[in-house]
Design a protein around this ligand. Structure first.
Ligand code: ZN
Length: 233
């Protein structure tokens, strides 16, 4: 039969574990929100980069269009010169220049088409990114409203546990209270350790026969290995 002190420490241990869980639950909301917010920021950045990619692709397409118009003007001019050629040699030279200019025009047209396709592709990709971003914004909003909805309940649970813990801490002798506060501050629920046979379950130090007698007679005893408050479960 465990002593009253052991029984009290066991209750205290259980309450401290519940408190740790409740506090972890409360901390989980802001953590989820932070993760969701980072996802939104990353999505916004991707969207911005994609908008820049679209502007770049459009500029390339516009440049190809300008080159095409100037090449066409060049061809027209050469065709005009062809009519005014005064020698056969001059005629042949201009004819050759026209052939070359028309070949260039074909290349520019091709580049222009590829450029337009690149613009389309970049716009499709932006649309996908915007859909994904919208989804991420909704997730972030849901994380925030879930947390806001749960917070009062979690906080109330923590308040109730803290009251129960103050009550349960009456098992600790007044002379040990300052030491206990430090221990609890450092280890939380792990400030208390249940004995397994006559070993401390936290650090596996064997409890001396003398300490076992003290524990069984209800003396508040801390582990000589790790300093935790010991109890018989
Ligand atoms: Zn120990």
């Amino acid at each position: 039969m465990a002593s009253e002190t052991s029984a009290g420490l066991k209750v205290l241990h259980g309450l401290l574990q519940q408190l740790a869980e409740a506090e972890a639950g409360l901390a989980d909301g802001p953590r989820r929100i932070a993760v969701a917010d980072r996802q939104v920021a990353a999505g916004e950045q991707q969207s911005e980069q994609q908008k820049q990619a679209i502007r770049d692709a459009k500029r390339s397409a516009d440049e190809a269009n300008l080159r095409l118009r100037s090449k066409e003007a060049e061809i027209l001019k050469l065709e005009g010169q062809l009519n005014t050629a005064s020698t056969n040699k001059e005629y042949d030279i201009i004819k050759g220049q026209i052939v070359n200019a028309k070949k260039d025009r074909g290349d520019i047209e091709e580049a222009g088409l590829l450029g337009l396709e690149a613009v389309d592709e970049a716009q499709r990709r932006l649309k996908d990114l915007e859909v994904e971003l919208q989804k991420r914004r909704q997730q972030a909003q849901a994380a925030k409203s879930d947390y806001e909805a749960m917070k009062p309940r979690l906080q109330a649970g923590i308040e109730a546990l803290l009251l129960q813990i103050s009550e349960a801490e009456k098992v600790i002798p007044g002379s040990e209270l300052a030491m206990w506060k430090r221990l609890r501050g450092a280890h939380g629920a792990a400030a208390v350790s249940c004995l397994e046979d006559d070993f401390c379950s936290a650090c596996s130090t064997r409890v001396t026969a003398q300490d076992m007698v003290r524990i069984r007679t209800g003396v508040f005893v801390v582990c000589r290995g790790c300093g935790r408050a010991l109890y018989e479960g």
